[in-house]
Design a protein around this ligand. Structure first.
Ligand code: SAH
Length: 396
């Protein structure tokens, strides 16, 4: 018998709209003694069955719904079906890469589970107690669905602490126990990109920006491009391939910048027109402004500045600062690519922040394109939080 969670009156509304989160404050009582990650049944105050969920005793999000179908059974086969459905969605997307997000957590009705496919390596992040609990079933499903693939885990993410889980990095499956190569070469829109699955950011690469990287090619030929928060230089590589006159990558990470050089070499692009600056973006932009350095195309792709509602306003000041400086060092008629991957910052507010930045810089700008995370990071209609990455392309 699974334990049952009874909600307070009125707290079932979001679940009836198939939103999968049950907050601790919504719970009236727990019948049974569920262990972390175990499946529980969620019931409304009136006793209606609402869903099967994973129990997270330490988290503010106390339960995450696996299924809203009462005749489902949460077992190994359930995970295989869900992952197969996620795969079928991606198979129909004509993704221009052999690296893509196979499972995008709540957006694929698999809360806490992220799986990225890099050629013949699958990289999992299991970030909730429920995801952690079903690790073996997830690995078995992946081995069935992708017999050619090896599997690695990169659950070294801070949010696991909120669930009472330790960070974890481990090999989950490979022939002869072989570890991922130090550099795995993937292909994206015909370009080769080196990825470090074991030590790179996230699961190794920012797959969500694939289409936005391609979008820069329209504006790059013959231009001087500043790629701020470059990581391994993806936007700069695409710009160089499209004939940029010069690319300046700017990031604090030395290994990421080193990989940017390798990427240019691998794609037979000259490193003579490539400059890598290992520096803080806020400081570097100020220096460019003071020294009179100007760019035709600027990319601002910062990490997530907003990690809680409490720091939204402080984060907005950060976004405004870099966008104001970027507007000031953009040549007349130049193009600014600016992004926010903070899910807690709405697209509307982000646009307002950028507008304020342009106003302060005394540079009226036009929005000429809007960009979003790639289709392999889909937005589930009943989980609007799955839209997190917003981009604006502005012309000065
Ligand atoms: N545009 C990249 C992804 C950028 S991720 C791509 O397409 O792959 C954000 C990057 O910002 C990370 O590489 C991180 O090292 C870097 N970063 C974070 N804070 C920074 C700062 N203050 N100054 C410079 N780089 C920073």
């Amino acid at each position: 018998m699974v334990a049952t969670i009874h909600l307070l009156a009125g707290k079932e509304k979001s679940l009836r709209r198939l939103h999968p989160w049950v907050f601790s404050g919504a719970i009236a009582r727990v019948k049974g003694n569920p262990a972390a990650g175990e499946t529980v049944s969620i019931h409304s105050a009136d006793g209606d069955w609402l869903g099967y969920a994973a129990w997270s005793p330490q988290s503010q999000i106390r339960a995450r719904v696996w299924s809203f179908q009462q005749n489902d059974t949460i077992n190994a086969d359930f995970f295989k079906q869900r992952i197969a459905a996620a795969k079928a969605l991606r198979d129909g997307l004509n993704i221009q890469s052999n690296a893509y997000r196979l499972v995008a957590a709540e957006a694929d009705q698999l809360p806490g589970i992220t799986i990225d496919k890099y050629d013949n390596w699958l990289v999992c992040q299991l970030l909730s107690t429920g995801a952690d609990y079903w690790r073996d079933a997830i690995v078995a499903a992946l081995r069935d669905l992708f017999p050619e693939c090896s599997i690695f885990e990169r659950s070294d993410v801070d949010v696991r602490q909120k669930e009472g889980l330790q960070p974890l990095v481990q090999l989950l499956h490979s022939d002869n126990g072989e570890l991922p190569p130090a550099t795995l070469w993937i292909e994206e829109h015909g370009l080769q990109l080196g990825v470090d699955i074991q030590g790179g950011h996230k699961t190794g690469y920012y797959l969500d920006q694939r289409d936005s990287r391609a979008a820069i090619q329209k504006y790059a030929a013959g231009k001087r491009v500043l790629n701020a928060f470059s990581y391994t230089g993806g936007f700069g590589l695409y710009a160089a391939a499209a004939g940029a006159a010069e690319v300046v990558n700017l990031d604090v990470s030395a290994p990421a910048l080193e990989q940017a050089v390798q990427n240019h070499t691998r794609n037979q692009l000259s490193n003579d027109t490539l400059t890598n600056l290992q520096e803080d973006v806020f400081e570097a932009l100020r220096k460019f402004h003071q020294s009179g350095e100007r760019f035709d195309v600027i990319v601002l792709d910062p990490p997530k500045f907003v990690d809680s509602k409490a720091n939204l306003m402080r984060a907005c000041r950060g976004y405004k600062d870099i966008n104001r400086l970027a507007c000031m060092i953009l040549k007349p008629g130049g193009t600014l690519f600016t992004f926010s991957c903070s899910g807690l910052l709405s697209g509307e507010l982000f646009q307002k922040v950028v507008a304020d930045a342009a106003l302060d810089a005394k540079r009226p700008m036009h929005i000429i394109e809007r960009l979003f995370q790639g289709a392999d990071h889909p937005v589930r209609t009943n989980f609007p939080e799955s839209l997190y990455l917003k981009g604006l392309v502005l012309r000065g």
